[in-house]
Design a protein around this ligand. Structure first.
Ligand code: 4AD
Ligand code: MG
Length: 432
């Protein structure tokens, strides 16, 4: 019996006959030699079919093989320093599981609209494969790091009765005759679970009915949200810089070949180690006034060009804290003595990637919270349970949310978030 294995494990079988089950990525015809690039999800290997080494029908099959046909290849693994994974297969047998119809994605330039329409097939290409592999490791690292640092994973609901991040970006749905909303963030529920477990995190899809068509907005994106009881804004920054650095350093260590394929300049990533610079909103506004935004008005939230200018002053991610309360959500704690400022913090990634994490300290007082709910025009009944958290053992608490897709885009050096998630949901885009 010949061993069935995967391309990533071929090195264990040097000189042995093995079976690889995959798809034809590319074929080069050299007359008596057919070079089949076969992929199986774990890697890419060259399978060499030599006319004299196989029965005539096997050679004929290989010669007619179309791109993306599903194939089971039998061959001997041999080391070859020129091969991408260091090994190639000397083919002895070939089974065509299905001869593919003419494949729509050819090795040439296709427009991005065409590729997005064929996202279900585009996922097979080496660049998309590399990006989504990095994404998977980012997610794994996020979970491992939080699990190893005392955070308990307590997930929060997707169907909710109220807004978390403002009412303008809510997706509404019918819940047995009552309106319900797809969650914008698990934070409010996290605050409840933090009072039960101390340090928690939720990790799941979140939804924003964003009417913005930018390179960093999705309507459905994944967010990890750690939340800590007995914690302040400063604690949040301490955790974030360790956490984000651990994610970046793990990707550098585990995915050098994916980053190389993506032509990512890793010198920028190697610098990502704590501590990260910390500046106040006021200091950030001073930078803007100095660097080409002379009339930026105090009190406004930063847009993408502002964030780029601020982050360009630093060689690693930068924290901007104490934003004006008016540009942040209702739940932000006030800065003592400065009621117009909030205990909020955004982490801006370098190289123009902008905000990848948002967070801060939450209002501990029921009274301030009730006032903010009114000021933000929110329906009080839906937040009774949330105000309860301030009635029964309220403590200073804080947390943050990291957007997975923006983090993948930054680490992989991609211009747009659409390639960072298998099936992106964007304004005017829900297919496939
Ligand atoms: O800054 P945001 O809106 O913060 C919250 O939702 C807080 N409740 C989090 C918390 O403190 N627990 O979102 C956090 C992050 C952003 O920094 C960004 O990375 C990502 O989520 N994000 C988006 N990513 C893609 N598309 C969108 N439309 C996004 N909106 C936010
Ligand atoms: Mg934000």
């Amino acid at each position: 019996m010949t061993t069935i294995t995967t391309i990533e494990n071929v090195s264990q079988y040097e000189g042995e006959e093995i079976v690889i089950r995959g798809w034809l990525y590319h074929r080069t015809d050299k007359g008596r030699l057919q070079f089949l690039q076969v992929r199986d999800g774990t890697g890419l290997i060259q399978a060499v079919v030599f006319k004299k080494a196989v029965p005539p029908e096997v050679f004929a099959l290989s010669k007619n093989l179309t791109q993306e046909s599903s194939v089971i290849v039998t061959g001997t693994a041999r080391a070859d320093s020129r091969a991408p994974g260091g090994y190639e297969l000397a083919v002895s047998g070939l089974e065509v599981v299905q001869q593919a119809a003419e494949y729509p994605i050819q090795p040439k330039e296709h427009g991005v609209d065409f590729l997005m329409q064929h996202r279900h097939l585009w996922l097979r290409s080496s660049r998309q494969h590399a990006i989504l592999r990095v994404r998977a490791t980012i997610i794994k690292t996020i979970r491992n790091w939080l699990d190893d640092h005392g955070f308990v994973n307590v997930d929060t609901p997707i169907l909710t009765p109220a807004a978390c991040e403002g009412t303008t970006t809510l997706f509404e749905t019918d819940y047995f005759g009552e309106p319900a909303f797809l969650t914008q963030s698990g934070q409010l529920y996290n605050e409840a679970t933090a009072m039960a477990f101390g340090k928690v995190y939720c990790f799941g899809p979140t939804f924003r009915a964003e009417k913005s068509k930018t390179r960093r907005h999705l309507t459905e994106f994944w967010m990890v949200e750690p939340e800590m009881a007995y914690a302040t804004l400063e604690d949040v920054m301490d955790v974030e810089e360790e956490f984000v650095s651990a994610v970046v350093q793990t990707i550098l260590r585990e995915h050098p070949s994916e980053l190389a394929l993506l032509e990512r300049d890793t010198t920028f990533l190697e610098r990502i180690v704590p501590p990260f610079p910390r500046i106040s909103y006021d200091e950030a506004v001073d930078i803007l006034h100095r660097e080409g935004f002379a009339d930026f008005p105090w009190g406004e939230d930063f847009g993408a060009p502002h964030e780029t200018t601020i982050s360009e002053q630093f060689d690693r991610p930068v924290f901007v804290y104490h934003y004006p309360a008016q540009c942040k959500a209702f739940y932000m704690e006030a800065v003592p003595g400065h009621p117009k400022l909030s205990r909020s913090v955004d982490l801006l990634a370098p190289e123009g990637y902008g905000e990848i994490v948002g967070g801060g300290q939450r209002t501990a007082s029921a009274e301030l919270l009730e006032r903010r709910i009114v000021e933000h025009g929110l329906l009080r009944e839906a937040y009774e349970w949330y105000i309860d958290l301030r009635r029964y053992g309220s403590v200073p608490h804080a947390g943050f949310g990291l957007g997975v897709e923006r983090t993948v885009a930054w680490i992989c050096g991609l211009p747009h978030v659409r390639e960072t998630i298998p099936f992106p949901r964007m304004l005017e885009k829900m297919y496939p």
